[in-house]
Design a protein around this ligand. Structure first.
Ligand SMILES: [Zn+2]
Ligand SMILES: [Zn+2]
Length: 341
């Protein structure tokens, strides 16, 4: 089979690879679809601190069980399944404290390789983060389990009221997923900062109360105007840019919450306005990845058909056209693309 390898910043290539065989506790998945993700684009452009190249590529995927090890009882060949591609060790300091997103061996054991025909899923992943795919979801829609898990994990410590005003910075896939989940959780007013007209239109369709069509650096007055000068109850930063992180601290109301969702490159710093954090009691959160509990909640939302999943998938392409799809993503076109082997 062919598997896409990430070779270094700006470089990817297909490599012929043997179809994986399952060890006695493994499952081999025949990929039904994979989805592109902003994290993949970041990794392609500038490398990823947790994925040293050369490395297989693609972490949002769903498919059919092609083979299973002799000790696997939870699934059978032919089962359609969806998966979040990490599994905590269950034993380390962090796992024992239910902070499995920080498990010491989580990211090294992440199962990359969704941009291929088959992938092997070890027990530590499939025993916690693999679920049956309901018929109502296509394989491409089922791939949203991973990003929705990140969103559910990030919103876990956030307090919400129906009359809150939430503000999302960025209308990429994660900004739009936050929009849909917040609307689903009953937040009536959700505004989105988006300059890309196509993404702004998708945000409107997904229930945004309004679009702030400016760069984050000069949107502060508009944010204050929308909120009687107070600032928003909740601000979610989804651009992964340090200058936006720094600015976003000025957008929540006193006592409000700021979720710094987009991970910035290692070594970057921001200057933090201490008055906002201390005297104004702005609560800073910066979630990374997810826990099995968050994956279960994400699964319930998706399997229940509650998320407008199809609006987030701009088009489908065959696996061979993945480099061209990354060109589209680099130009800011589309949201997520389904990649079909
Ligand atoms: Zn992702
Ligand atoms: Zn662990």
């Amino acid at each position: 089979m062919q598997a896409m390898m990430l070779l270094g910043p700006g470089r990817m290539a297909f490599q012929p690879t043997a179809i994986p065989e399952p060890g006695e506790d493994d499952i081999v998945l025949k990929i039904g679809a994979a989805l592109t993700c902003g994290t993949d684009l970041k990794a392609f452009r500038r490398g990823h601190p947790k994925w040293p190249p050369p490395v297989r590529f693609g972490h949002e995927y769903a498919g059919t069980v092609a083979a299973r090890g002799s000790r696997v009882q939870s699934v059978r060949e032919g089962d359609a399944v969806m998966v979040a591609p990490t599994g905590p060790c269950g034993q380390c300091f962090y796992c024992q404290r239910a902070q499995e997103n920080l498990c010491v061996s989580l990211m090294e054991t992440m199962v990359l390789g969704g941009y291929a025909e088959y992938v092997r899923i070890p027990a530590r992943v499939h025993r916690v983060n693999l679920f049956p795919k309901p018929d109502r979801l296509s394989f491409a829609e089922a791939c949203l389990l991973e990003p929705v898990s990140c969103v559910m994990f990030g919103l876990e410590p956030v307090t919400l009221r129906p009359d809150d005003t939430a503000l999302i910075i960025g209308a990429g896939a994660f900004g739009l997923l936050h929009l849909t989940v917040l609307r689903l959780l009953g937040v009536e007013r959700v505004y989105v900062v988006a300059r890309n007209p196509y993404r702004a239109e998708v945000a409107r369709r997904l229930g945004a109360s309004g679009i702030i069509a400016r760069s984050a650096e000069d949107a502060r007055d508009e944010v204050l105007d929308l909120t009687q000068g107070r600032g928003a109850d909740l601000v979610v930063e989804c651009t992964a840019q340090p200058p936006v992180w720094q600015e976003s601290v000025f957008w929540p109301r006193p006592g409000g919450q700021l979720v710094l969702f987009g991970g910035c490159p290692p070594g970057t710093t921001i200057t933090l306005d201490t008055y906002r954090v201390h005297y104004d009691q702005v609560r800073l959160l910066s979630p990374f990845h997810f826990t099995p509990a968050a994956v279960r909640r994400a699964y319930e939302l998706l399997a229940g058909g509650h998320l407008p999943t199809s609006a987030l998938i701009s088009a489908s392409y065959p696996l061979a056209e993945l480099p061209a799809v990354f060109e589209l993503l680099q130009r800011g076109q589309g949201i997520k693309y389904a990649i079909l082997p």
